[in-house]
Design a protein around this ligand. Sequence first.
Ligand code: SAH
Length: 225
Amino acid sequence: MEAKSGFTFKRVREQMVEMLLEMGIKDFRVLDAMSQIARHQFLDEAFWSRAYENRSLTIGYKQTISQPYIVARMTELLIEKASGRGKIFKKIIDIGSGSGYQSAILSFFAEEVISIERIKPLVSKSRSTLLNLGIKNVSIINGDGYMLDGLKNVDGIICAAAPPEIPEDLIKLLKKDARLILPVGFKDMQKLICIEKQNKNSYEKFEVEDVAFVPMLGGISRNGD
Ligand code: SAH
């Protein structure tokens, strides 16, 4: 479709990046990644014309792709303490991969992105989207973000679904100084939280802003229920 119409989405993507700048996203590494990833590819064609607006859009199975602003903000918080360009982390986790868009952005910053999604059909769809874009360092796993026992010493975690309370088990997976960025709480009173691991049993926590994410649900699902 892009080739036929001669319209490449490049200009609207640049406008999206300008909007992110105006909204307060400052980290050029994040803006650069957002300017390179074609967000429309993560959506059904019916939504392509709105793909670069700052809005969440449906991806089926009662789930949504997050707003560009929130993807940028969470990524910015995740990498804030790490200086340098390129793949500054070894291993990071993305919980609630959904369309795979956030994982695609994170693929710029880590050698390995482990992405967890509980809804099976979203796993196969996002895998093929990332493959088509030539992104090879993201593994999408059909699993439950509440049960990630096998992983440890990770450099950061982003979670795009809101648990009712901070899941302490996730903090255990972080290495020292690493961050967990996630929404916490129920609809209408959710906060984006940034957690930074201090020592084995201590962490610092700060609230970033009000947000509205889908709830984090337990167990894997064949069809979104
Ligand atoms: N980052 C996604 C946003 C998807 S919305 C994107 O860029 O498109 C959040 C996703 O979290 C949904 O797809 C939902 O199915 C998933 N989710 C909810 N609870 C989960 C859990 N316990 N483990 C893994 N994924 C979960």
